[in-house]
Design a protein around this ligand. Structure first.
Ligand code: GLA
Length: 388
């Protein structure tokens, strides 16, 4: 949607658009490094050119008025800057409200309310981080409107803090960081233990990144996510009895083999094994990409999926069918589930000449086997949040 169209919509919703500004914040896809960000490991995500558009203006009173073009049936949802609590009725507005609350927790209080209209181009519930996109967008707007002295990295931390403490999802830093720090045509190699990062140029000569949305509903995803986190914490605590480590990300696979018997529960041992191997794979995969070794990068993507399926058990039947159908196609360099799992999307690296046939054939096989229709997007790597 063009900028003027968004401003016109804002006027339709709120009566006029005097003083309204337009912003954009991307979605993200993680290329490799899944469920490592709360285990002190590495991740390798990038921002996308799809994301969330926001039209915002400051108010003179303390009111907050929210509207989403993606949930028009919900109408205008109202609140106030004195009422920043998470409620069921607040629905999707709990994300922007959480960020406002999190700024306040850091001593940065809003001095007046605002009107905010959103329009997202990220498919709903796809696991491409629509919530983190909204969080970073909100932080970006607050910084502009109230002059809060925060960096983009702070916007990522504030977004994560609000999601953890306001929305009750124990997510790591990856999504908000990938979005707030996004750079066009680059992926971010981030060490989540130190927040040191490096931008890696992505030159996929002769290949494209294809995201496949499974349209499988992500039931119970949040509680399963929190469960995986605590399984890893239990495993870490037992390992710490026998070896001086701070996180699972401190372990090589050899060290893990040596000490794994300290983990008494077999399930927890598998979870930790994934966290360790995935971190090492992410380091190797990033190096492979820097050396232009797409074949190796693709193999590591495939191994990542197997580990998420067998050891971490966050894929499920439909996502496994989707990835296995992808692996079979000519021109596919690698394919894996991306994001938290339990539904969502896959990311595949496909040679240019085979993108069309990939979409047709995978779509057909997936429909035949699951009755679900997948959506395909050949995506581009975009930059971070901006004012349009
Ligand atoms: C979700 C979380 C991230 C990360 C991924 C899994 O997207 O928000 O912090 O843990 O799952 O890699």
């Amino acid at each position: 949607m063009e900028k003027q169209e968004l401003l016109d919509k804002f006027k339709d919703v709120f009566g006029d658009n005097d003083g309204a500004q337009v912003y954009f914040s991307p979605g993200r896809v993680n290329l490799i490094g899944e469920h490592t960000d709360y285990n002190g490991g590495h991740v390798f995500p990038c921002a996308l050119t799809i994301g969330t558009y926001g039209v915002a203006r400051k108010r003179e009173d303390n009111k907050l008025r929210f509207y989403s073009l993606n949930f028009e049936e919900k109408g205008i949802i109202e609140s106030s800057i004195e009422d920043l609590v998470c409620t069921k009725e607040a629905d999707w507005t709990n994300y922007p409200k959480g960020v406002m609350w999190a700024f306040g927790e850091r001593g940065m209080k809003m001095t007046s309310g605002l009107d905010l209209m959103l329009y997202g181009t990220i498919p709903n519930g796809s696991g491409l981080s629509s919530s983190a996109s909204v969080e970073v967008l909100t932080g970006f707007v607050l910084r502009e409107f109230y002059g809060f002295d925060v960096s983009n990295e702070d916007l990522a931390k504030i977004g994560q803090y609000s999601e953890n403490h306001f929305n009750g999802v124990n997510c790591g830093i990856m999504d908000q960081f990938a979005i707030a720090m996004g750079k066009k045509n680059h992926a971010i190699f981030l060490d989540t233990a130190t927040l040191k990062y490096e931008y890696i140029p992505i030159r996929l000569e002769g290949a494209k990144l294809v995201i496949t949305c499974s349209n499988k509903k992500r039931g119970l995803a949040d509680s399963k996510y929190n469960e995986r986190r605590s399984e890893c914490e239990t495993a870490l605590a037992q390992l710490q009895q026998v070896i001086g480590i701070e996180t699972l990300g401190d372990l090589t696979e050899e060290m893990f083999d040596t000490y794994q018997s300290a983990i008494t529960d077999e399930v927890n041992r598998k979870r930790a094994k994934h966290a360790v191997s995935e971190n090492q794979r992410t380091i190797r995969a990033t190096r492979a990409l820097q050396e232009n070794n797409l074949e190796l990068f693709g193999q590591l993507m495939n191994e990542s999926h197997r580990s998420l399926s067998e050891d971490y058990e966050v894929t499920g039947e439909e996502m496994d069918i989707l990835v296995e159908a992808s692996w079979k196609q000519e021109g596919v360099i690698g394919s894996r589930i991306t994001g938290a799992g339990f539904g969502g999307c896959t990311v595949s690296l496909v040679k240019d000449d085979f993108v069309e046939s990939f979409m047709q054939r995978v779509g057909r096989e997936y429909r035949e086997k699951t009755g679900l229709t997948a959506d395909f997007y050949a995506v581009e790597i975009g930059g971070g949040p901006e004012k349009l």
